[in-house]
Unconditional design. Structure first.
Length: 435
């Protein structure tokens, strides 16, 4: 493929860096870094990363301050490669540190930060090229742009596929009721129009079709302008409807990867490239690795999100395989949980203030996730046995209401979850299929 203009990559670097700086500044100024990573008594780990621990004392606040500095440097294109690696490693650490705070939006940020480590993002419109003009280029290999485009396409593809379920397409759940609730709370003049099931289904179909068609629309020149307008509307509405931080603006900024590079040049005032243009390409040995690396990367990006379709149970109910799978905003789950710890024969209840171990944020996520419920049961058993209570059994009474259904048991209340194996202890969902 012919080399491409470097301007879209420069726009990506600046937009991504500025939005990350905004995101990280919010964590510091609103106390989110302390609330999520410093204050909790107990950390809910990702499976396999139980060994990971927060920085002691005020270390997590210093960690976010360092990430903020790295984001500013990245946006400015100063020490770009170093800033990219600092962002990737630092953001991956915070992502893996607390399971109940991890979501697909943060996962996207980590992936983009990783890809940035391998791209020539500081080769134009940067402080690096001002300090060393000989490093400046005008064109880069096409794969550098298509790598980012492909990552964005994966996001939308699986976002669309996850909506192919009866709740979303036939009932308009949970998107329709959420839009109605926001409209009524904010006093929208046309809120009454959104009160019917037909409106909910129409809105849900519109969301699915946008995810499915926006990338082909951006790639085809004849429909690109329409796709850009649709993106502005879609992500603008999401910014109003959902408390998801920078994600709608980030997703909208990624459309610049698909439009004419001349637009990025005009916005960034990069000027007209000289003739012949200065080109960057990796070394011959690195070039031989590009195609295999791209193949492995996209194979993983396509296989990992397929887990919900091959694992047993309905994903929105069991939560199995939902992380890293781009299943965003497709389930509304109200849950309550209580843990009962017993010991001895005959069993006697062990008094435990288990709620004191979790923050409200942690409990909101844990209550609807069977895997995390079982993990917490093991944690309670270990603590009780350390206190000398002998053989301990931990059961849970967990009830959830999914997408407008009635509350029903999530896990078998008779099973000792601290020793549970397999997944048979998850109670099957009643009341129709779930997403």
């Amino acid at each position: 493929m012919a080399p491409v203009d470097v301007a879209p990559l420069v726009f990506f670097r600046i937009a991504f860096g500025v939005l990350l700086a905004w995101h990280l500044l919010d964590y510091l100024q609103y106390g989110w870094a302390r609330r999520v990573y410093v204050d909790p008594v107990l950390r809910v780990p990702h499976s396999g990363f139980e060994w990971l621990s927060p920085w002691p004392g005020e270390g997590m606040l210093l960690h976010f301050s360092a990430l903020l500095a790295a984001a500013v440097a990245f946006a400015a294109g100063r020490w770009t490669r170093l800033a990219s690696w600092a962002l990737f490693l630092g953001l991956t650490y915070t992502f893996l540190l607390e399971r109940t705070h991890s979501n697909n939006h943060d996962y996207l940020i980590v992936l983009l930060a990783f890809l940035a480590c391998w791209l020539p993002l500081g080769r134009a419109g940067s402080r690096d090229t001002r300090a060393n003009p000989s490093r400046a280029v005008d064109e880069v290999p096409a794969w550098t742009l298509w790598l980012l485009r492909g990552q964005v396409a994966v996001l939308y593809l699986f976002g669309a596929l996850s909506k192919w379920n009866a709740d979303w397409l036939q009932l308009g759940e949970p998107f329709g009721p959420h839009v109605l609730a926001v409209a009524e709370a904010q006093g929208w003049p046309f809120a009454d129009v959104l009160a019917g099931r037909e409106a909910w289904v129409a809105l849900s179909w519109a969301g699915m079709l946008f995810d499915l068609l926006v990338i082909p629309g951006l790639l085809w020149r004849r429909t690109r302008a329409l796709a850009v307008v649709a993106s502005v509307l879609f992500h603008g509405i999401n910014q109003v409807l959902f408390p998801i931080g920078i994600f709608p603006i980030l997703a909208l900024s990624l459309t610049a990867l698909f439009v004419d590079p001349a637009w990025s040049r005009r916005v960034l005032r990069l000027g007209v490239p000289p003739s012949p243009p200065r080109r960057w390409s990796p070394s011959a040995s690195a070039q031989r690795l590009v195609l295999p690396a791209l193949g492995l990367w996209f194979a993983a990006q396509l296989i990992v999100p397929l887990r919900p379709w091959v694992l047993s149970g309905q994903p929105a109910w069991t939560e199995r395989g939902t992380l890293y799978s781009w299943r965003m905003m497709i389930a509304s789950k109200d849950c309550e949980v209580d843990f009962v710890v017993t010991a001895g024969d005959p069993p006697r209840e062990v008094a435990t203030d288990w709620r004191a171990l979790l923050t409200d944020d942690q409990l909101d996520i844990l209550a609807g996730n069977p895997e995390l419920i079982a993990w917490f049961a093991r944690e309670l058993r270990a603590r009780a046995e350390e206190q000398g209570h002998g053989e301990v059994v931990v059961r849970a009474n967990a009830y959830c209401a999914l997408n407008g259904r009635a509350f029903q048991p999530l896990v078998d209340p008779a099973v000792d979850l601290s020793r549970a194996e397999g997944w048979g202890w998850i109670t099957p969902l009643e009341g129709g299929d779930a997403p």
